[in-house]
Design a protein around this ligand. Structure first.
Ligand SMILES: CC(C)(COP(=O)(O)OP(=O)(O)OC[C@H]1O[C@@H](n2cnc3c(N)ncnc32)[C@H](O)[C@@H]1OP(=O)(O)O)[C@@H](O)C(=O)NCCC(=O)NCCS
Length: 176
């Protein structure tokens, strides 16, 4: 079945929220409490949050469909990393952050993530970014294998508190 990657459209924000809520838990470490996941989805992956991303000229939301079914999305943000731990390990700008890359399990291993990442890289280059970076939980083996396979190498780590616990992400990056 044909894979189509394109910018998200405003009427799709409800579907994006549903896809994001269904796929976000897949990226979380197993010890993260459900309430922390629910809070994150309510704050960062709501319909209002996607509406705001679509209105922000430095943010981009791309979607991947297969056979007309929305199965994946990517969210990117242009600009310098706000976290000093990240800036220290990816010092060369201009930057594009791959903030979210999520594919429904029905689309795993089917090339949707690869197609989304290729579109993200093209778009970031067009925006003159030279560094593409992301944070990924260290325990997310599938995502880490995917990123390593596509040239996003570990540049360092970043730490943050969620659900009262300190979590560590790998910071991965590549030069565009
Ligand atoms: C991360 C994600 C976008 C990658 O897309 P995908 O279609 O699953 O990626 P691929 O199948 O091309 O690559 C995954 C690789 O991990 C491997 N893999 C699968 N499970 C694994 C595991 N438990 N440990 C190590 N490697 C694993 C696969 O075999 C594959 O490698 P291969 O192509 O050499 O066989 C997708 O899995 C996803 O959306 N996951 C849930 C959300 C998420 O974690 N997003 C990233 C947040 S930073």
């Amino acid at each position: 079945m044909e894979i189509d990657v394109r910018p998200a459209r405003e009427p799709e924000v409800d579907a994006l929220h549903e896809l994001a809520a269904a796929t976000f838990p897949l990226a979380c470490p197993p010890h993260l409490p459900d309430v922390a996941i629910r809070d994150f989805v309510a704050e960062h992956l709501s319909v209002a949050a996607f509406t705001a991303h679509l209105a922000n000229p430095d943010h981009s939301v791309l979607v991947a469909e297969r056979g007309g079914r929305l199965l994946g999305y990517a969210l990117t943000k242009l600009g310098p990393p706000e976290n000093p731990e990240v800036l220290a390990v990816v010092p060369e700008g201009p930057w594009c952050e791959l903030s979210k890359l999520y594919v429904h399990p029905d689309g795993h291993g089917a090339g949707l993530a690869r197609a989304l990442l290729a579109a993200v890289e093209d778009e970031a280059r067009r925006a003159s970014a030279v560094t593409l970076w992301l944070g990924v939980n260290q325990l997310n083996a599938r995502a880490n294998a995917f990123y390593a396979k596509h040239g996003l190498q570990v540049a360092g780590t970043r730490h943050f508190v969620v659900g009262g616990q300190v979590e560590a992400d790998f910071v991965r990056a590549c030069r565009l």
